[in-house]
Design a binder for this molecule. Structure first.
Ligand code: NFS
Length: 667
């Protein structure tokens, strides 16, 4: 460990429990990503997109005076070409991650439909029928498994299709689709777009930055309206569509007297099985026989979001909490599946008794125990993992740094529930939300998303933006590690609205009984924002396409290629997006211009990079206000609302429900 790390006091995390533990880690010489971030400064050339390493004549560094005009790579590639190629590869890799995740979920659905796995079943038949309907698959009067098989097979076609269009493209508003058709960016197949992006960005291929970036958008749409959307819908079918649920967030969720297991990663299949088996009497008795009072499950990153949304399993936090979680010394098994797994956790775990268990053939880490997940014997594997954790409980010897502070939260806001909460079973719609925006009660909507980053006081920018936006009557929908950041700060509660929201937003939240920040799920569940925006466009009164809505996406602490893919698909879908930190395309004014001005002209979306949190806020509010103006909506003035339909409160909704006999589910 560097000397300066031990002596220098600096804020690593904006989360008090994480900071407390990290401070303790420093005294014990336990290194974390925060220390490595301090030591490893980003390469100033690659950081802004000016390094081309697509062939072995280079890497070429396109730097110097007037680099944009006068410096070329050995092949003659301009700075704009190189920068565009680099960012397109980011978007493509991100699409590959979410695509593979979606594919695995579909394979599980197919295994269930074929009767090959007894441990999974279709929990939400209604959602299956909804998706079957969208895919033009007949479902009435047919056995559920037959419908599920047809749905799985049709969704699998989205990955390997060579010509045509990804299935869910048709869910977008007509006008949004027309823009995509005009600019030739409708994705054909998920794998095809990934393959073409790799092809087009190699040395000697596409050199036109605009053309490259259009392919980047097409590739990213294959994520938003393809891989990620498939993942969200199939996960709902298999494990249930989320509804509001109480949970807790913080590194303080671990229990000293119980066996603690963490599920970390993104694909929830194994985690769901662990949720199922931890309450089995045999395993409980086994834990007690080893001196533990029970078995405690906690989540991390997006696997946490998946099991929190459906079961209220507490979250230990987002990306930067994985090392401090182990430093508590309380974790007996730390199980990981795919994505956002720092290999560093193995090193931290060596200082404690914690067992790191990798479970996907796609993610193996030297020094970790590997137990291959197999959906055909899912529960058996889940039991094996839990047993390892129980056996390891008595090995807890070295004390870590404990915290006990935790925050309650409400999560579980799916598209279906948001629709339901605005009118109950009989009048479910997006009308009240549209009306509240039209009247200026709600100024606009922000999707607050993405990672937490060790290069800033981690989670701090999420917290700043969350409080400022709701103060400005902006309703927030959050996903991914942003939800963990908000949850771990106590922001995902209805009380947050009472105490901190502007007067209009507060009134809406009070009437419906919701927090001002709605936890929509994992990062793949950003697609819930796409379908919600499409439903709002169809509802009328605002924009008739996704573009032009008073809505903005923000990923203030983004890290991953997945985040870039998400930023690209939101921009293409018509949402202006603002990312924090230095721009990865900052080297090229031309690429920056295309991604902001040109994309806005064509799609009403954009992707900005802005390191200053105050400027992120100002830019977001400016986009929202300009969209309101263009839609000729009432000018937003705090505390002054126009007239609109009265929002239904809980009592009114119950009255309606009492009067009629329900014959359908709740959404
Ligand atoms: Ni999203 Fe989820 Fe978190 Fe970032 Fe990683 S966990 S998919 S990529 S770090 S938000």
């Amino acid at each position: 460990m560097d000397k300066d790390i031990k002596t220098e006091k600096r804020v690593r995390s904006a989360s008090a429990p994480a900071e407390f533990i990290l401070d303790w880690g420093v005294t014990q010489n336990i290194e974390s990503c925060f220390d490595r971030a301090q030591r490893m400064k980003p390469c100033p050339i690659g950081h802004v997109g000016a390094c081309c390493k697509m062939c072995h004549m280079g890497p070429c560094r396109l730097v110097g005076k007037n680099a944009e005009e006068s410096v070329k790579g050995i092949c003659g590639a301009s700075l704009a070409t190189v920068t565009a190629r680099n960012i397109v590869r980011f978007a493509s890799a991100g699409t590959a991650c979410h695509g593979d995740h979606g594919r695995d979920m579909v394979f599980t659905l197919l295994a269930v439909a074929n009767g090959e796995t007894k441990d999974f079943k279709i929990k939400d038949v209604r959602k299956l029928y909804k998706i079957a309907g969208i895919l033009d698959i007949e479902f009435e009067g047919r056995p559920v498994n037959d419908v599920a098989k047809d749905v799985a097979v049709k969704l699998l076609e989205d990955f390997g299709r060579q010509r045509g269009e990804v299935n869910f493209i048709k869910r977008a508003p007509k006008k949004t689709q027309e823009r995509w058709r005009k600019w030739g960016i409708i994705p054909r197949g998920i794998d095809r777009e990934n393959s073409e992006s790799l092809d087009r960005t190699t040395m000697g291929m596409d050199a036109d930055p605009d053309s490259l970036l259009l392919q980047g958008l097409r590739n990213a749409l294959a994520n938003g309206w393809g891989g990620s959307m498939i993942s969200t819908e199939v996960t709902d079918i298999l494990f249930g569509t989320p509804m509001p649920v109480k949970a807790e967030a913080s590194l303080g969720i671990f229990k000293e007297e119980e066996v603690n297991i963490v599920v970390h990663g993104h694909e929830p299949s194994l985690a769901e099985m662990i949720v199922d088996v931890i309450s089995e009497p045999d395993l409980m008795a086994y834990a007690k026989s080893k001196g533990a009072k029970g078995i405690n499950l906690g989540g991390m990153c997006c696997t946490a979001n998946e099991v929190l949304m459906r079961h209220g399993i507490p979250t230990a936090g987002g990306f930067t909490n994985q090392e401090p979680a182990i430093m508590t010394g309380l974790i007996d098994a730390f199980t990981v599946d795919v994505q956002c797994i720092m290999p560093a956790i193995v090193e931290v775990a060596k200082k404690f008794h914690t067992k790191i268990i990798t479970t996907s053939e796609k993610v193996k880490i030297p020094g970790a125990l590997h137990i291959q997940f197999d959906e055909h014997r899912a529960k058996e594997i889940a039991r094996e993992v839990v047993k390892i954790a129980i056996d390891n409980y008595s090995n807890r010897t070295k004390k870590g740094s404990h915290v006990t502070e935790k925050f309650p939260l409400i999560g579980g806001f799916s598209h279906e529930y948001i629709e339901y909460m605005q009118g109950g079973r009989w009048r479910a719609s997006f009308r009240p939300l549209n009306d509240a925006i039209m009247a200026g009660r709600i100024r606009g909507v922000v999707g607050l998303a993405g990672c937490d980053n060790p290069r800033f006081p981690s989670t701090g920018i999420h917290k700043y933006l969350a409080t400022e936006l709701i103060k400005n009557d902006v309703l927030i929908v959050s996903t991914g590690c942003s939800s963990a950041a908000c949850g771990g700060s106590g922001y995902l509660t209805p009380e947050m609205a009472l105490e901190n929201a502007g007067p209009g937003l507060r009134e809406v939240c009070e009437a419906i009984g919701i927090p001002p920040i709605l936890h929509l799920g994992a990062c793949v569940d950003n697609t819930r924002i796409l379908t919600i925006a499409s439903a709002m466009a169809a509802e009328g009164g605002l924009s008739d396409e996704i573009g032009g809505m008073p809505a903005v996406g923000i990923a203030p602490e983004w890290i991953t290629e997945k985040a870039i893919s998400i930023g690209f698909y939101f921009a293409a879908s018509g949402v202006p997006v603002i990312f924090g930190g230095e721009s990865p395309v900052g080297a090229s004014k031309e690429v920056t211009r295309i991604m902001t001005e040109v994309w806005f002209e064509r799609f009403k979306g954009a992707l900005h990079f802005e390191p200053d949190p105050e400027k992120i806020l100002a830019l977001a509010l400016d986009y929202i206000d300009k969209a309101r103006e263009a839609l000729k909506l009432k000018k937003y003035e705090p505390g002054k609302f126009g007239t609109e339909k009265v929002l239904m409160d809980m009592a009114a909704r119950r009255e309606i429900e009492k009067a009629a006999k329900p014959h359908i589910g709740i959404y």
